[in-house]
Ligand binder design. Structure first.
Ligand code: FES
Length: 67
């Protein structure tokens, strides 16, 4: 689906960029031009990046509580 209408960028292109190492909106703008026009696509593009980067986040550390 198209995410950025101004630049005709799809979610697949954003996911491909994320797989190639793009991990923030600034880099995505530099790479594809997303959010370089009206900017209304920025939140959706960020959500897609966040979704792509979920697998690379640090695992949470289990801390047992004291009873
Ligand atoms: S829809 Fe992406 S810059 Fe306008």
């Amino acid at each position: 689906m198209y995410v950025c209408i101004c630049k005709a960028i799809t979610d697949k292109q954003i996911r491909r960029a994320a797989a190639g190492g793009v991990d923030n909106l600034y880099e995505l703008r530099e790479a594809l031009g997303v959010a370089a026009g009206c900017g209304s696509c920025a939140s959706m593009a960020q959500a897609i990046l966040d979704d792509c980067n979920k697998g690379y986040s640090q695992p949470s550390v289990y801390t047992p509580s004291r009873a």
